[in-house]
Design a binder for this molecule. Structure first.
Ligand code: BGC
Length: 757
């Protein structure tokens, strides 16, 4: 039985997660929280006096967001009519981009509305605006927080130069199920890493808050959207409060700590209560416990969808439920405008709550300087200058190659020699411009995309003959081009097959039950294999796939994800050795779909699956292990880990130093992501077999050794119980260090719980 010194740190509990953020080199220009300074006083005077002039309808108008321009509205979305402007009923418009169009909308608002309150323009700038960076899941595999800060910042620079004030990003939903298509938009399956990335991305988007080269970020989708039943998008989520607190909430708390200005409520229900009508989540947790002082927007039509959930009978019930739960702004369905005024008159909605929500939104507009100049972000010259600049293009290339994970490299097949004479380049993604940008390509333009074919030619010029054959489509059954692909392969020195998913096979509402390569692509690889030439497979996809068969066929396997605008140059940089791969997986790749969910930090069982008899937590037909584990990725060099160094006890301050020497044993310089995991050996609740608690990405020149150090605080080794209290228990912890979640050395360390105060 565990010694029962239990530190229940209820009051402080939510702060603990915040304190786990290690310093990273970038710094925000200014904090956005809790400071009343002289300028904020001016803001208060302005906003208060404006609100005195506003009618109730105009106030509710500020809480309403519409899809603008010629964009299609959903079946239930309200159209953006002139009459809405006339009556001051448009607070924000989403997903219209470009200075010219936005200027027209703002002008219309300034001409038609009585109080001329500027409109806030929002856009889904998820992984780039015009210059498209790798998808967020891809980029998370770089484990490079500075890089993710820089790409978010660059996306903000481009979007704001194009008139956007606010992005609906980052998505910080933990995803442990690769069937769920939106795994592509997040940072993978691990909460510790996801918190760091959430922090970096929020600070990146909001890097110069208030200035017209930065945008408001939005932490979405609050909360647990990544855990739908069977991986089906929008499906209900049922999970323990302990798992909610420990796995799904912390990345959102990290966003609050980073100063995020807005939140978006999720589509799904959480333990029977839809997130968009969930007062406990949005008011008790987000506003009261976490002291979030920005505003919350619903997801697209999510207010009206409370009726489909079966928790509201009428539109008015739905609007009341969402607003009273804490949703300040209503996206697209227009229900606040239609229903809230009457509800206030009937006393079903508190006028003070309306005023508080309106005030939050007016303050957000004020802080952007829009009341001084509603056209402040609308400068066509700046748009020309700052969109697709050379610096941002170079960053996109770096981000793409830093995100590519080398999964297999038999006989050091890669890098290929630049003297290679004949390449057969095959596959539906080998010369593709649109799919390689992935889902949410914002205003990315196919014309700017470098295909793999072009990237190889850019690198090797006329020294090489590249025979390109598409081979097959993603979905169509035709195998007509197989013979041409086979012939090209036979005539080549090396075959490069670029295969994977179409962009919109992952992303919103793109759940898949079968995670093998779609269409005829596996058969295409069978055909290429028969040519008997070295086979390099480059994968582009939005989620972990089941690659057992391909892993056997390929001599080298590169997970390139959807690399974005600089796709081809980045792939060529890796294939020909100008960049050494350094990325590692942030989501496990299962052997087969039946194992899902199969994340690395699963909880223990009374009959663990690795026991040598059959009545254990396992399938009888497939082992429990993944094909490629969390944290896994190869390099063109190899790293040797020395013996891990750490004391047998935490010190009197509850601190433990852990160190390891890592040597680059190969012939090229490289970067290694050194990982630290911890397991609590005995606790009052069942704990995961291991949890990531630290990582360092280090550059090590060939032949060199780097001493890598970690500092662990016992207070960070606690857990959340089902009352959502954070508990830290003394005892023995297994400390693990290594190259990925399976390749680890370990040592037991004791914490006696007598931390000095
Ligand atoms: C998505 C959000 C997105 C919003 C606005 C919704 O369907 O779930 O992530 O930000 O649309 O486009």
């Amino acid at each position: 039985m565990k010694r029962s010194i239990i530190l229940v740190v209820c009051a402080m509990s939510w702060l603990f997660v915040a304190n786990t953020h290690a310093a990273i080199s970038y710094q925000p220009h200014k904090r956005v929280h809790n400071k009343i300074d002289a300028s904020e006083d001016k803001e208060t005077v302005f906003v208060t006096s404006l609100m005195q002039k506003m009618t109730l309808a105009e106030k509710i108008g500020q809480l309403s967001q519409y899809v603008g321009g010629e964009l299609l509205t959903g079946p239930q979305s309200d159209a953006l009519s002139d009459s809405l402007f006339v009556h001051g009923m448009v607070g924000s418009i989403l997903n219209v981009g470009g200075v010219e169009k936005l200027r027209k909308l703002q002008e219309k608002n300034m001409q038609l509305s009585r109080l001329k309150i500027p409109i806030l323009f929002a856009f889904d700038v998820i992984h780039g605006y015009k210059t498209i960076f790798p998808t967020p899941l891809a980029e998370s595999c770089s484990w490079d927080l500075n890089l993710m800060y820089e790409t978010a910042k660059a996306a903000a620079v481009e979007a704001s130069a194009s008139g956007i004030h606010w992005t609906f990003a980052p998505m910080v939903d933990i995803a442990r199920d690769p069937r769920w298509g939106r795994i592509v938009e997040g940072a993978g399956e691990d909460t510790y890493l996801a918190c760091k990335i959430a922090d970096a991305r929020v600070r990146g988007f909001q890097w110069n808050l208030g200035a017209p080269n930065s945008v408001y970020a939005c932490a979405k989708h609050f909360v647990a959207y990544g855990a739908p039943q069977a991986g089906r998008d929008y499906a209900p989520v049922d999970l323990s409060l302990s798992t909610l607190a420990e796995v799904y909430l912390p990345p959102f708390k990290a966003c609050v700590d980073a100063g995020v200005k807005t939140f978006m409520s999720a589509f799904n229900s959480v333990n029977g209560v839809p997130a968009t009508g969930n007062r406990w989540l949005m008011t008790d947790v987000l506003r009261n416990k976490w002291q979030f002082n920005g505003f919350v927007v619903s997801d697209w039509n999510a207010v009206q969808e409370l009726k489909a959930h079966g928790v509201a009978e009428t539109d008015k019930d739905a609007a009341l439920l969402a607003f009273n739960a804490g949703v300040d702004m209503n996206m697209t369905d227009g229900l606040y405008n239609r229903c809230l005024e009457e509800a206030v008159h009937r006393g079903q909605v508190d006028m003070q709550a309306i005023d508080a929500a309106v005030e939050r939104i007016l303050r957000a507009k004020y802080a952007l300087g829009l009341f001084d100049n509603p056209y402040r972000f609308l400068d066509a010259k700046r748009e020309c200058r700052e969109v697709r600049s050379a610096n941002i293009t170079a960053l996109a290339r770096k981000a793409a190659s830093s995100s590519m994970v080398l999964l297999k490299n038999d006989h050091n097949m890669l890098p290929l020699s630049k003297q290679t004479k004949r390449i057969a380049l095959i596959g539906p993604l080998a010369n593709n411009r649109s799919e390689v940008m992935g889902s949410w390509k914002a205003r990315g333009d196919e014309k700017d995309v470098v295909t793999v074919l072009e990237g190889i030619k850019n690198k090797l010029g006329n020294n090489v003959t590249v025979t390109y054959v598409q081979g097959c489509d993603f979905l169509k059954p035709s195998t007509q081009e197989f013979s041409a692909a086979f012939e090209a392969a036979q005539q080549s020195d090396v075959v490069i097959a670029v295969v994977g998913e179409k962009a919109l096979m992952s992303g919103e509402s793109r759940s898949r039950a079968i995670l093998r390569l779609p269409g005829q692509q596996e058969a295409l690889l069978d055909t290429l294999k028969k040519a008997g030439k070295p086979l390099v497979v480059v994968l582009m996809n939005g989620r972990p796939l089941c690659l057992e068969k391909i892993d056997k066929q390929a001599d080298a396997l590169l997970e390139a994800w959807f690399p974005g605008t600089q796709c081809g140059n980045a792939v060529a940089d890796i294939l020909f050795g100008d960049v050494t791969p350094s990325a590692k997986l942030t989501a496990s790749f299962p052997l087969t779909e039946g194992q899902i969910p199969n994340y690395y930090n699963y909880k223990r069982s009374g009959r663990p699956g690795d026991m040598p008899y059959s009545s254990t937590a396992r399938h009888i037909d497939v082992p429990n292990k993944n094909l490629y584990p969390f944290g896994y990725g190869l390099s063109y060099t190899s790293f040797a880990y020395g013996k891990m160094q750490c004391a047998s006890q935490f010190d009197a301050d509850g601190v433990l130093q852990v160190a390891v020497d890592v040597t680059n044993k190969g012939n090229v310089d490289g970067e290694e992501i050194v990982q630290l995991y911890v397991a609590d050996k005995v606790a009052s609740m069942v704990r995961p077999v291991k949890e990531l608690k630290g990582f360092k990405k280090v550059f090590i020149p060939k032949g060199d050794t780097k001493h890598v150090e970690f500092t662990l605080h016992a207070r960070d080794l606690g857990f959340w119980d089902n009352n959502m209290q954070y508990i830290v228990e003394p005892g023995t912890f297994t400390i693990m260090v290594g190259a990925n979640s399976e390749d680890l050395q370990q040592q037991d360390v004791v914490w006696d719980g007598k931390e000095k105060q």
